[in-house]
Design a protein around this ligand. Sequence first.
Ligand SMILES: [Zn+2]
Length: 298
Amino acid sequence: MRVFYSPRYGLALPGHIWPTSKYRLVAEHLKADIVEPGMASWDDLALAHTSEYLDTLRNGTLTAEEIATLELPWVPGLIDGFRVMVGGTCEAARAALDEGVSAHIGGGLHHAFANHGEGFCPLNDIAVAVRVLQRERGIRRAAIVDCDVHHGNGTAMIFERDPDVYTFSIHQQHNYPLFKPRSDLDIGLEDGAGDASYLDALADALPKVMESRPELMVYVAGADPFERDQLGGLSLTKAGLVRRDELVIDAGRQADVPIVVVLAGGYAVDVGDTVDIHVNTIRALQRYGAQRLKRVKE
Ligand SMILES: [Zn+2]
C-alpha cells in the first residue's frame, strides 16, 4: 500500500497546539512505501474554493480577522505547505482508486469552506481530491466518513447541494465548530460518550453511508476522540479507536469501495499517543490492503 507524506508538513508553528511533528513521527513508525506528493495546482484548488479566496491566499492579503478565524500564525511557507498537503490527499485518492487502498500522513482539513479558512484549515483537501477525481477519473459518487471529534463543517457546506457526495460526520456535539452546517448524516455525541456508545452509533450509521453506493470512501481518521486529547471530549480509548478503524474499513471492504485515509486532528497531551492512534489506523488499512491483494491474485 502506498502512503503519502512530505517533510514540508512539519511547519514550525510557534506556541500552537497543533503538533506538526506528528506527521514525521507517523512516517518513521510505519513500514511503508512512502511517496512524496507534489503541490496541488491553483486550478485544482479552484474546483472547491472561490477564486477570490484563492487570490487572497496567493497574495497573502488575508485580513487580521480572517487570520484569526483560521487560528494559524501566518508563517513563511504556510500556504505552500498546505498546497502540498492537498496534493498528498489527491495523490493518495488516485492511488486508492488504482489499488483499492491508500493513506495520506496528512490532510483531513475539514474546517475549510469554499470561500474562507477556519480552525487550522486554510484549504479543504478532502473536497479538492473528490472534485479532482470526478474530473480526472470520471467517478461520480463519493462518501466522506468523518470521525474527527470536531464536526466536518467545511466539507458539509461545500457538498451541501451535491447529491453525489455523501457527507457523514460523527463528532462531539458541544465542541467546535459552533455553527454546524448539515451533513447528509450527522451524529453529535454527548460529552464523554465513551467507546460503547460511540461504536454503537458508528455501526448503525455506516450501512446508511454505504447505501449511497460511493465509488470512493474518504476516511477522515481524526485521533482527537481520544480520552487524553486536549481539544476533544469523547473519551475513547486507544482500543476503542482501533475498533472504530475496523468498523469503517470493514464497511468499505463489504461494499468493495476504494478507501483513502487522511489523518485530520489529534492533540493528545502526549504526542506519542496521537502518533500511536494514527499508526494503528494506517496499519489496519495496510492489513486489509494485503488481504485484498491476495484475494485479487487468487
Ligand atoms: Zn478535530
